[in-house]
Design a protein around this ligand. Structure first.
Ligand code: PEP
Ligand code: MG
Length: 581
């Protein structure tokens, strides 16, 4: 038996077999038949691969000149010319349609034929064929990019412990939820968007593991509570974990009995408990966990954060106003009349829609957040706001602006709403002006909280970004995880400051960063004055259960106690804090 120690990103216990998942290029290009109904989808995949490969090459043109001079630039430009040759793409499309084969297979055959014909024409053309091969590989890479595959046969029916170097949002969209028991990775972060998605699947997630120690199909135990992974566990360990799993199930069942109670502490302090939604799949979970119970009298306080990026990441173009309206209306219809806080598109390095990727041409997405994104992609944002204002006629909608750093940013966002409203008015379209709020996720906004809160109707605190911009540690990278404590003392202080300011001005301030998914931190958060939370759907029941069991004596004075607690550079120490009460 091997015991590997990592960091827990999502709690729970999983027992099962390892499936090694690779995000690298395909070694063998997959060949399979597709039904007639899948042809359009396959053509879209092909188009996406061409777009992605082209945008990467375009980004490389200038860089290659800087690195290798004019010759370097001309090589990359030649690759781009091959890629942009319409005949190649048309041939691949025709082959997909006529032979009903997957896009990678068709691409391989068309390129093989092209390369063969070139090599027949002598040495010079043989050299060109190397460039053609390179373009082919780049395209193949674009298919597998961030999506990947299992590198050994796995029994999907039994469920798999997915072992991978890292997680990516597209990979998570690719592996069906029902096949996954847990995720174990080397790289990762508590609040990377991929982890947030994985957590929303309600499975344990452990990162920081040396995955080379794990063989494919090895028996494994993943303990997401303490962040350990057992490979080939012995009988005694296995029995201990089976027992633990049963106990956890019992606690869950006990909590379920309490689901009809409103969310409040033992003394009856009413807490607003909302949910974060980052995918359409979570809406289904919301119905399963929460809303069906609503009809039996359960209370939930709506969607506290709708991350709209998933709407923009589905295709290669900006969804139209009508398409967006139908998505927002659909969500409103499925949330039983509760309020839905829709956050405007928040572009960030790990969740960049393909159309933006193609447009930014070499710029860092971290440079175009918040108000700068609104200025750069005005049309995209106007369309989004127009569709929200029009959807607001059908339910309780609120608009949330991400990454507001100061009052100027806020005015830019507010002007956007005014502009969208006046265009709708001119066109005689029905719309409604929803309450407006901001995300506190930069230290700058926290320092200016009093001023900003006066200008809005409500606010959310986004601790995931707030932390990374406070302690200069990326939320994505394993190297900086040591400094990225999700309950860092500075963040606790900032949460308290914004909450106090909100209370003084009578504005609701809701905590929606990932800290709110950890039960352990609630005594400190309650003591900091937070009485509104938005949590991943899959954590709703657990958090509610925790709040129902908490009394004033559990949390009074906990914040100062926490802030003076030993600040070891060990995240697990922070998780242990609550056990010491
Ligand atoms: C945050 O930054 O805490 C937040 C909730 O937003 P996101 O995780 O989508 O960046
Ligand atoms: Mg954020």
């Amino acid at each position: 038996m091997k015991i590997l120690k990592g960091l827990s990103a999502s709690v729970g216990i999983a027992l099962g077999k390892a499936g090694l998942y690779s995000l690298d290029d395909y070694i063998n290009i997959p060949h399979y038949k597709i039904p007639e109904s899948q042809i359009d989808n396959e053509l879209k995949r092909l188009n996406n691969a061409f777009l992605l490969a082209a945008s990467k090459l375009e980004n490389m043109v200038d860089r290659s000149r800087d690195l290798f001079g004019e010759e370097g630039k001309s090589i990359i430009s030649a690759h781009l010319a091959i890629l942009n040759d319409p005949h190649i793409k048309e041939k691949i499309e025709a082959m997909i349609k006529s032979r009903h084969i997957n896009a990678e297979h068709a691409l391989e055959d068309v390129f093989e034929d092209y390369i063969k014909r070139l090599t027949r024409h002598g040495l010079h053309f043989e050299e060109i064929s190397h460039d053609v091969k390179d373009v082919r590989d780049r395209l193949i890479e674009s298919f597998s990019q961030a999506q990947g595959r299992f590198t050994c046969p796995v029994n999907k029916k039994e469920g798999i412990i997915v072992v991978s170097e890292r997680l990516t949002p597209s990979m998570l969209l690719h592996i069906p939820r029902e096949n996954v028991l847990a995720f174990v990775t080397h790289q990762g972060g508590y609040t990377s968007h991929a982890t947030i998605l994985a957590r929303s699947m309600d499975v344990p997630v452990v990162f920081g593991i040396d995955i080379n120690q794990i063989d494919c199909n090895a028996d494994m135990i993943v303990d997401g509570t303490v962040g350990t992974v057992h490979v080939w566990p012995d009988k005694k360990t296995l029995d201990r974990y089976i027992k633990k799993q049963e106990q956890q199930k019992k606690r869950k069942d006990f909590c379920l009995l309490k689901r009809k109670h409103p969310v409040q502490t033992k003394e009856g302090l009413r807490i607003n408990l909302k949910v974060n939604i980052s995918t359409m799949g979570e809406i289904d979970l919301l119905k399963k966990y929460v809303i069906e119970e609503e009809t039996k009298g359960i209370h939930y306080d709506g969607i506290g954060l709708l991350r709209t990026e998933f709407i923009f990441m589905r295709g290669e173009s900006v969804p139209s106003e009508e398409e967006q309206i139908s998505i927002y209306r659909n969500i409103l219809q499925q949330t039983s009349g509760k309020s839905v806080i829709i956050r405007l598109l928040d572009i960030s390095p790990d969740k960049t829609p393909a159309f933006i990727e193609a447009m930014i041409k070499g710029k860092q997405t971290s440079d175009i957040r918040g108000a700068r994104a609104i200025a750069m992609y005005k049309d995209v944002y106007i369309t989004q706001v127009r569709s929200i204002l029009r959807s607001a006629v059908h339910g309780q909608v609120k608009i949330l602006f991400p990454m507001v750093a100061d009052i100027d940013d806020l005015y830019i966002a507010k002007n956007l709403v005014d502009e969208a409203a006046s265009s709708l008015k001119k066109e005689g379209k029905k719309f409604s002006l929803p309450p407006l709020g901001i995300m506190f996720e930069t230290p700058s906004s926290v320092m200016l909280a009093d001023q900003l809160l006066r200008e809005v109707d409500f606010a959310n605190i986004g601790t995931n970004d707030l932390l990374q911009y406070s302690v200069a540690a990326s939320r994505e990278s394993l190297t900086s995880q040591e400094s990225y404590h999700i309950m860092h003392p500075s963040v606790v202080r900032m949460i308290e400051m914004v909450t106090r300011s909100g209370r003084q001005q009578g504005k609701e301030v809701c905590l929606c960063g990932e800290v709110s998914s950890f039960e352990q931190f609630y005594p400190v958060l309650l003591d900091a004055g937070v009485i509104s939370y938005s949590v991943p759907v899959t954590k709703y029941e657990d958090i509610k259960c925790e709040l129902l069991h908490i009394s004033e004596s559990d949390y009074k004075g906990k914040m100062e106690q926490y802030l003076t607690f030993l600040r070891l550079k060990d995240q697990n120490k922070y998780f242990e804090f609550n056990d010491k009460k």
